[in-house]
Design a binder for this molecule. Structure first.
Ligand code: KIV
Ligand code: ZN
Length: 564
């Protein structure tokens, strides 16, 4: 790269518009949307769509709710022509949808284009020619007056040809291609010329493209506001913009352009298109939605839309693509997970959406909360606890969360991958024997007559071949069991804290008990699950003692192995 890029690259000059009003505008309604997936998007594909894929894309665009769809460049190739004819002849275009077709400003192509639309109820004929100096001088060697003549003659021809076919309801779209790089006066003159040649009382769309995005989006907004003011005397115009994304600011350019007075946006789903793409219409629509504005496009099954687009374009939508990527409702960071978990716990259905780190409710787009959080080595205990709670109904007490997070961390370090909810549950099960700890056998309890004490006897299996006889007495079953168990296995056992909750309802409900125990020198948790709370608690004690023994064996083993 150059040390001084100024020697090679010129900054885009600012627009003189001191009284600009667009920065104060607030977007309160959806624009008119035009999908150019089947034209600009298609022509940018490594392998352009065949007719079957074009039909699939068209049907998806209709399903989403587009009322204006650019279906191609019918004069450019037989496949483009045949596709348009199929749409018309098979009556696939709903009454409330208008198709648009593009043609360069060349007489034979304009004629073929109008012909290709025979039988369409409504149609937009889109004529364009480049107006910026680089193209005028370098590509076409045309003066400005010659450019105006081209516009006048092309539009006048389109008018004559369309007048001859009155059964179609015609609109002209004129695009001063390369608008963003042209002198504003030249673009304005080209638009005025098109209006005059078409007839000022007839419907016309003036479409201003950032053919190559070359300035910050505020410059484009200034350009749009400048044009809007000068075109305001025409009652029948629709002002459209067609941003590309060379600087990665296509969405910002589109939003600023709407603030500056544009009525209509052209772009592609997920920003497909030449080079870095066209404006991503999904992005703008959902940005509006998150501001409480109905975008009038339906993305309630965003994954279906994404699948269709990926099939048709044979290009993937990246995992971090706004609103639609596979990872955008997935939080890896522990602090994020914790914040999301807390906000979900407090949220009521009628509340305004206010969940940290989630600008939109994934459910509105048909995405689910299960995908919200996964756990990797960067995640904190909040993420694991959230997964166990939402996926398996386990509400771990805080200190158990801390203890268990170390277990997961060790597994994570050993394996080096991220863990799913099922993986986390499997680690929990392995560590605490939630479902596998056997119930104490031959368990008998009786109330001792004086003092409300309980006497308990049972057989407990800690190892396969080592049944322990438990005979104890205490204030209740847990106390009596701990008393007997401590004596039976020769360990001092104390219960430090006790939590329990139910999972499920009715006859299938299960109790889960979490007991924080002191076993010998070890402070740790045991967890048990059973259909009744007493059995769940006794299992939790067995779970804790087994874990303490396993730890003791591990430390003995590592002690034996380490040098003295
Ligand atoms: O990007 C562009 O300038 C175009 C025009 C034809 C509108 O696609
Ligand atoms: Zn384009």
């Amino acid at each position: 790269m150059l040390k001084n890029p100024r020697t090679k690259y010129r900054p885009f000059p600012p627009i003189a518009l001191p009284e600009r009003s667009w920065p104060d505008a607030v977007l309160t309604k959806a624009p008119i949307w035009l999908s150019t997936d089947l034209r600009d998007g298609n022509q940018a594909l490594i392998e352009p769509m065949d007719i079957a894929r074009k039909l699939q894309m068209f049907d998806e665009l209709v399903r989403i709710g587009f009322k204006e769809i650019e279906v191609g460049f019918p004069a450019s190739s037989q496949i483009e022509f045949d596709f348009l004819r199929r749409l018309i002849e098979e009556r696939r275009i709903p009454d409330d949808v208008t198709i648009q077709v593009m043609t360069p400003a060349r007489p034979e192509l304009i004629a073929r284009t109008v012909e290709s639309l025979d039988g369409a109820r409504h149609a937009i004929v889109h004529i364009y020619n480049a107006v910026a100096p680089l193209w005028r001088e370098l590509v076409f060697q045309m003066t400005v007056p010659q450019v105006m003549t081209l516009v006048r003659e092309s539009v006048a021809l389109a008018r004559r040809l369309t007048d001859a076919r009155p059964s179609t309801d015609w609109t002209l779209q004129y695009s001063p291609e390369t608008f963003s790089l042209a002198e504003l006066e030249v673009s304005l003159e080209a638009c005025e010329t098109a209006i005059e040649a078409w007839g000022a009382s007839r419907p016309i769309i003036l479409n201003l493209p950032t053919t190559v995005e070359s300035a910050t989006p505020n410059v484009f907004a200034d350009q749009v506001e400048w044009m809007r003011r000068r075109l305001a005397r025409h009652a029948n115009i629709i002002l459209s913009v067609h941003p590309h994304n060379d600087r990665g600011t296509g969405t910002a350019a589109a939003e600023f352009a709407l603030m500056a007075g544009a009525d209509r946006l052209e772009g592609c789903l997920f920003g497909n298109g030449e080079r870095t793409g066209n404006l991503d219409l999904v992005n703008v629509a959902l940005n509006l939605y998150t501001q409480g504005v109905d975008p009038c496009l339906d993305f309630s099954d965003i994954d279906r839309v994404k699948r269709t687009v990926e099939q048709c374009n044979r290009l993937p939508v990246p995992p971090r693509h706004p609103y639609a990527g596979d990872l955008v409702y997935t939080s890896f960071s522990g602090t994020h997970q914790d914040a999301i978990k807390k906000a979900f716990a407090l949220r009521r259905d009628a509340d305004f959406w206010a969940i940290p780190y989630l600008p939109i409710d994934p459910r509105d787009l048909g995405r689910t909360y299960e995908a919200v959080i996964r756990v990797n080595s960067q995640s904190g205990k909040g993420g694991m606890a959230y997964l166990l709670a939402t996926e398996f109904g386990l509400e771990l007490p805080r200190r158990l969360q801390i203890e268990f997070s170390r277990v997961v961390q060790a597994a994570m370090d050993a394996q080096g991958t991220e863990f799913s909810a099922a993986d986390i549950f499997a680690i929990f099960e392995r560590e605490y024997g939630l479902r596998s700890t056997p119930s104490p056998r031959d368990c008998r309890m009786r109330q001792v007559e004086d003092g409300g004490q309980v006497q308990l006897s049972a057989q407990v299996l800690i190892e396969e071949d080592e049944p322990i006889t438990v005979e104890g007495c205490g204030n209740g079953p847990v106390d009596a069991f701990v008393d007997g168990f401590a004596r039976g296995c020769g360990e001092a056992i104390r219960v430090l804290s006790f939590h329990e909750h139910a999972i499920g309802h009715g006859s299938r409900a299960q109790a889960v008990a979490y007991l924080e125990l002191c076993v010998g020198e070890e402070v740790l948790y045991g967890v048990g699950q059973d259909s009744d709370i007493v059995s769940a608690s006794l299992k939790a004690i067995v779970s804790g003692v087994k874990r303490a023994r396993a730890r003791g064996q591990t430390s003995q083993a590592s002690g034996a192995a380490s040098p003295a």
